[in-house]
Ligand binder design. Structure first.
Ligand SMILES: [Zn+2]
Length: 389
């Protein structure tokens, strides 16, 4: 640009003008870089870069969808406050039964550690499930002054609140040490905050406000609410919605199907099936009523028991049980496995209550404990379904 400009205008331009043109070129390059950054950010939200135009204050996509550049959180925050991960994540099969032990040197923290564990366990759409155990741990939380605390994690500097080992070799990080001398934990909320962040590191989550680690796609560019912001000892933040989303991106649930409920008043029959592909939102006199929970297509976590579907044409009744012989012995015809469910109660699972209507000949199942009554008499918990979010 500068060269052709010089040729076209000859030698009549003074050096100042040339300098100013050069300045313009640099500004243009800078603008182009900025534009690309904005386009890249919008592309992360699922849009095609080819369909974007820069309109000064806005990025316009597909002609009529506008993003305010100031909302995209780019500028001084470039490369910061993004959900990030390390590359050595936990392998999927090791995510749902992580064994965490609280070392005796931390026994005063039992209840706050249990709250921090619960924060991750209840983060939706993720396979992460941590159990607090008293032997054979994969991850142990120590006081840094305990002699049992591994070297490197011991006797932390007074300005270090604690350390958490990253996930490694397909497994959760093995060690968290807490500097009990640090003046950062006067309240339970601050203790829970810090333990939650250190557990986050052991699960493979890096700091959102540093540039190391890889960006976790589909999470927010700027998340000042992130509990994974580093260098914030003494905070009492809880997991942000994007912290939770980041976890579900790293460790997503396997394929499950909604356990869908239908009702046919003519035949007095409740019918349930996995997903809506079988009869959509209604057919054959059945109308869609609700989604009661989730069944898995393959055994997963605590959902390892098949839920069998049976039918009795004499009384037009669908019957669901985890005991195959129960259906056969009751004179029902076996129709197939709906999906995999749990036979015991766990975090994120809900009981599926079974009711029986002897007058209409109808089995009714619901995860809502306030339903039933009238002709429908409560019988038992048929199984536990993964909770629908
Ligand atoms: Zn940290």
């Amino acid at each position: 640009m500068v060269v052709s400009f010089a040729i076209l205008t000859g030698c009549s331009n003074d050096p100042v003008k040339n300098d100013s043109s050069l300045q313009d070129d640099n500004n243009q390059i800078r603008n182009d870089m900025q534009t690309n950054v904005y386009f890249d950010r919008v592309a992360e939200l699922g849009f095609d870069t080819k369909l974007m135009e820069d309109n000064g204050e806005l990025v316009i996509v597909e002609g009529d969808i506008a993003f305010k550049k100031t909302d995209l959180g780019i500028g001084s925050k470039l490369g910061k406050t993004m959900q990030r991960k390390v590359s050595s994540l936990i392998s999927t099969s090791n995510t749902n039964n992580i064994r965490l032990m609280v070392h005796s040197s931390m026994s005063g923290w039992n209840s706050v550690i249990s709250s921090a564990v619960s924060a991750w366990n209840t983060s939706p759409y993720s396979t992460i499930h941590i159990d607090i155990v008293t032997s054979s741990p994969e991850l142990t939380i120590y006081s840094d002054s305990a002699t049992a605390c591994p070297s490197g994690f011991q006797n932390l500097a007074s300005n270090t609140c604690g350390l958490g080992a990253y996930s490694w070799n397909d497994n959760v990080g093995t060690t968290i040490s807490i500097n009990l001398d640090a003046p950062y934990f006067p309240t339970d909320a601050q203790k829970i905050y810090f333990i939650t962040q250190e557990i986050g590191h052991t699960l493979g989550l890096a700091h959102t406000n540093e540039t190391d680690g890889d960006f976790i796609g589909t999470t927010l560019w700027t998340d000042n609410n992130s509990l994974m912001l580093g260098g914030d000892c003494g905070s009492s933040k809880t997991l942000s919605s994007y912290d939770k989303k980041a976890l579900s991106c790293l460790y997503p649930l396997p394929w499950g199907s909604s356990f869908v409920r239908y009702w046919n008043p003519t035949d007095c029959d409740h019918f349930y099936t996995a997903g809506i592909s079988e009869i959509g939102y209604g057919a054959y006199g059945y109308t869609f009523e609700s989604i009661e929970g989730v069944t898995f297509l393959t055994p997963y976590s605590y959902s390892t028991t098949p839920l069998y579907r049976f039918y009795h044409s004499g009384i037009t009744d669908h019957f669901y049980t985890t005991d195959y012989n129960e259906g056969i012995n009751a004179g029902y015809t076996y129709e197939g496995v709906v999906g995999y469910v749990s036979t015991s109660s766990h975090t994120n699972y809900v009981p599926l209550y079974q009711h029986w209507n002897a007058n209409g000949g109808d089995h009714f199942y619901t995860t809502n404990p306030t339903e039933g009554g009238g002709d429908w008499v409560y019988e038992k918990i048929a199984c536990y379904l993964f909770k629908a979010f």
